[in-house]
Design a protein around this ligand. Structure first.
Ligand code: GAR
Length: 192
């Protein structure tokens, strides 16, 4: 059975969608741990509720980048990681991790990449830019993570319409609903 480790920075609704899919048997894998980029986030609470191990790893807590990378790699090794899923993770994954887990790190992004990806495009910034440009459709993308933000090979995407009455919040909600279906489906395709 594959071992998944999830990285998150916020409310963790995508993390929850993965937990639900594992518990319902749609994903045939175990979630061995959650890495959080800050304390107090709701994703940590979700992990505790489901008895999933957690580590809060913040780069600025370490004296050097190398020390942070070492701790990250040791944690992934301890959890016997097969697949890393970035589910609302807002930090860059260190090169050392990408080298250790080639083609084993995936990310969900709330736009139709390659549009609205890269530095600065995260969370509601993405939806505001989509609306400002008068796009007629948006969506979400799951892709492999490479050294360049949001540029790795695309695995799958889902489109949603942009409505004239949308603001960033309503558009985000429509996209997020699809994220919760797309991400577990892609993970199942990779591990089942
Ligand atoms: C999701 O919309 C995810 O696609 C986005 O953050 C949100 C996290 O929500 N990720 C990015 O913008 C990454 N660049 P969640 O914490 O409720 O899953």
């Amino acid at each position: 059975m594959n071992h998944i480790v999830v990285f998150a920075s916020g409310s963790g609704t995508n993390f929850q969608a993965i937990i639900d899919a594992v518990e319902e048997g749609r994903i045939e894998a175990r979630i061995n741990g959650l890495i959080a980029s800050k304390p107090g986030i709701q994703a940590l609470e979700r992990a505790r509720k489901h008895n999933i191990d957690t580590e809060v790893l913040i780069p600025s807590d370490f004296d050097t980048l190398a020390a942070y990378e070492t701790k990250l790699l040791q944690t992934l090794e301890r959890w016997d990681t097969d697949l890393i899923v970035l589910a609302g993770y807002m930090l860059k994954v260190p090169t050392a991790v990408l080298e250790q887990y080639p083609e084993k790190v995936i990310n969900i992004h709330p736009s139709l990449l390659p549009k609205y990806g890269g530095k600065g495009f995260y969370g509601s910034n993405v939806h505001e830019a989509v609306l400002a440009n008068g796009e007629k459709e948006s969506g979400c993308t799951v892709h492999y993570v490479t050294e360049q933000y949001d540029e790795g090979p695309i695995i799958d995407q889902v489109k949603v319409p942009v409505r004239e009455t949308d603001d960033a919040e309503t558009l985000a909600a429509r996209v997020l609903e699809q994220e919760h279906k797309l991400l577990p489906r892609v993970i199942a395709d990779l591990v089942n």
